[in-house]
Design a binder for this molecule. Structure first.
Ligand code: ZN
Length: 139
């Protein structure tokens, strides 16, 4: 069995953003040389997500509005977590909803997606360097 590990780094200038990372994961898969197996892609921070859905800007705007309705950033005093001196109480909740990681099957050297599936990094507390782990196992 082969094993491959890589960290993808992001420095998002805004507090929140969705970034399409399927091409980065595909590049990792090519580097790994693995033809059959599994790829795990996970956010290494508790205020960011990795998720799979449609690469469609209207949907991403809907996510942004929906998440802000569920867990508004302001007023920051609404979150007990912010009593620590942080202002990212909302970001922890948004990350929980959108998830930590995805696992995708690798078949014949390709990401074995369903129709329209693409991988995204969801940033909810940006403006600093953060990373995503890509781990591939197989042969
Ligand atoms: Zn925090």
């Amino acid at each position: 069995m082969k094993s491959y590990r890589k960290e993808l780094w992001f420095d998002v200038p805004n507090r929140r953003e969705f970034i399409h990372i399927t091409p980065d994961v595909q590049e990792c898969l090519e580097e790994s040389g693995i033809r059959e197996g599994l790829v795990l892609v996970n956010a290494m921070h508790i205020t960011a997500s990795v998720f799979i859905n449609d690469n469609e800007s209207g949907l991403h705007a809907d996510y942004e509005r929906w998440l802000e309705e569920l867990a508004p950033h302001a007023p920051i005093s609404r979150y007990r977590h912010n009593l620590t001196g942080e202002d990212n109480g909302d970001a922890h909740l948004k990350r929980q909803i959108m998830g930590r990681e995805v696992v995708v099957a690798i078949t014949d050297g390709q990401l074995d997606f369903g129709p329209w599936e693409r991988i995204f990094y969801g940033e909810f507390d940006g403006r600093r360097r953060k990373r995503v782990l890509v781990k591939i196992i197989g042969e």
